[in-house]
Design a protein around this ligand. Structure first.
Ligand code: COA
Ligand code: ZN
Length: 305
């Protein structure tokens, strides 16, 4: 049987941002920096470090500038941060950021609850941010939340996803992260929606961002690979969730994604054992077991010896 899949994949590590924004226990700045550094040591080249959002909206990440200032410059590694508006961009720029992520949603209700704007308003608000970033030589990713299912509106129409994804690209965003914010999507959803997007958008401009609420994230990645997608988001340990999407689980765990890609012969440059070790240290700091399969396996090994 022919099974056409890419030979190389970029794993975008979002644990320090998407993960830690949802953890109740505040993580000290120095520990965040050590976590990010360990992830870079593990071979991750794209790491979303924090958010320059309103410090009261996400207090866990209020130390974004301090985290960035504590990171060693490392050739080949890009540290990015989430930015919700011009004010956030100014803070990010002052912190020396080279890549930002803006974010909107395919669902109106989700956009309103998350960023207090309609989708149209958010696109308008991001236009000057993206323009300024590109003029400053800062690259831009655009997150599109709730591309499959919205916690408030239910199933999302693929035409709406295309419309907003295209609007983000038209603003000058280089990559759109098609996100399953609540982790509800299953392989047939990915075929349907991402397959539809690929009729209009080049595959290298699309990244896939899955959460693992129902354990379908890796199955969704397998479909993404068959569709030719080469950028996938994940978080070490499977940290996190979304404070604006009750019940959502963390992202697909980086080490579980890389384990699968390794076995499939797909190059990522990421070392599973090193990511797992970084996740384990974060797990001790948080004082709760993280969902990653690699971590669970380690616990079983430890308990059986
Ligand atoms: N950083 C710091 N302060 C900010 C800010 C930012 N990025 N954006 C706005 N502010 C400040 C403004 O300066 C203003 O302060 P003032 O009252 O002292 O003048 C105040 O916040 C209100 O500004 P406004 O533009 O009305 O923002 P808002 O209250 O409508 O909030 C967001 C909008 C987007 C900034 C806020 O909802 C947010 O940060 N949400 C985070 C969403 C998120 O991270 N979701 C998770 C990712 S999926
Ligand atoms: Zn997410």
């Amino acid at each position: 049987m022919r099974f056409d899949i890419p030979s190389r994949v970029t794993v975008v590590e979002v644990g320090p941002r998407d993960g830690l924004q949802n953890e109740k226990i505040p993580v000290p700045t120095a520990d965040k920096a050590a976590f990010i550094t360990a992830l870079a040591d593990a071979g991750l080249t794209q790491i979303e470090t924090s958010s320059f959002v309103h410090p009261q909206a996400v207090p866990q990440l209020a130390d974004a500038a301090e985290v960035l200032a504590s990171l060693p410059a490392r050739p080949g590694v890009t540290y990015s941060a989430l930015v919700p508006n011009t004010k956030g961009y100014e803070r990010a720029k002052e912190a020396g950021i080279k890549r930002i992520a803006v974010f909107t949603a395919a669902s109106e209700t989700f956009a309103k609850r998350n960023i207090n704007m309609t989708v149209a308003e958010s696109l308008e608000a991001f236009a000057p941010v993206v323009r300024a970033a590109r003029a400053d030589g800062v690259s831009v990713r655009g997150y599109l939340s709730t591309c499959f299912v919205c916690p408030f509106e239910g199933d999302i129409n693929k035409r709406r996803v295309l419309e907003v994804a295209q609007a983000l690209l038209d603003l000058g965003v280089q990559e759109v992260a098609i996100s399953d914010t609540i982790g509800a999507a299953v392989p047939s959803d990915v075929v349907e929606t991402v397959g539809f997007l690929l009729q209009s958008i080049p595959r290298e401009r699309i990244a896939l961002h899955f959460h693992d609420t129902y354990g379908t994230a890796l199955a969704n990645v397998a479909i993404g690979l068959q569709l030719g997608i080469t950028t996938f988001d994940a978080s070490a340990g499977g940290l996190g969730g979304c404070p604006f999407a009750p019940g959502a689980a963390g992202n697909l765990a980086t080490e579980d994604l890389v384990y699968m890609l390794d076995r499939m012969g797909i190059h990522t440059g990421v070392n599973v054992a090193k990511v797992t070790a970084a996740a384990e240290r974060m797990q001790s700091l948080l004082g709760r077991r993280l969902p990653s399969r690699q971590l669970q396996r380690l616990h079983r090994v430890a308990e059986s010896t």
